[in-house]
Design a protein. Structure first.
Ligand code: S3P
Length: 168
């Protein structure tokens, strides 16, 4: 099944990628896919389990594979895990795609994720500092791969979808 995603959503945890991808797919009547879910389905385990038992490097390798496959197969909305842009080969693979950065501030990101146990990288003693470090390292990479940006801090999901649909 060959395809090409209509839109690829990137951004930090808590930016709303998965929620917006689902709402945008309903609005446009196209399917949506999420690489985190693909990884969990293929492994038969959830992400915290993969991180804990196999380590982050193993997770990143699965993520690179899931991204390659989804970019080649999927022709709807694709959302990526927040760290998918860390690998240079992934950033290269995204080149030429309609990549949208859903931006989020530290305050809002910390609030929305609630430092949930299902996000292994964010469980720590100082969630605000962890999130700030993550944003400092990654925002330049989200911006490098994206061609459009929506700051989701003050917007409802429908408003984010409006902004993307108007841009498309
Ligand atoms: C990660 C984000 C998670 C998931 C994994 C690693 C990251 O996805 O891929 O826990 O490195 O930021 P979300 O961005 O959907 O939380």
């Amino acid at each position: 099944m060959a395809g090409r995603p209509l839109v690829v959503l990137v951004g930090a945890p808590g930016a709303g990628k998965t929620t917006v991808a689902a709402a945008l797919s309903r609005r446009l009547g196209v399917p949506f896919r999420d690489t985190d879910r693909d990884i969990e389905k293929a492994a038969g385990r959830d992400i915290p389990d993969i991180f804990t038992n196999d380590g982050e490097a193993a997770f990143r390798a699965l993520e690179t594979q899931a991204l390659r496959t989804a970019l080649a197969e999927h022709d709807g909305i694709l959302s990526l895990g927040g760290g998918a842009i860390l690998a240079e080969e992934n950033r290269r693979a995204l080149s030429g795609h309609a990549v949208i950065h859903l931006a989020v501030s530290m305050n809002q990101g910390v609030r929305r994720t609630g430092m949930a146990a299902n996000r292994p990288l964010l469980v720590g003693i100082n969630p605000r500092a962890t999130f700030k470090t993550l944003l400092t390292a990654r925002v330049p990479l989200y911006q490098e791969v994206s061609v459009f940006e929506v700051n989701t801090d003050l917007l409802a999901v429908d408003q984010v979808v409006d902004a993307i649909a108007a841009w498309l």
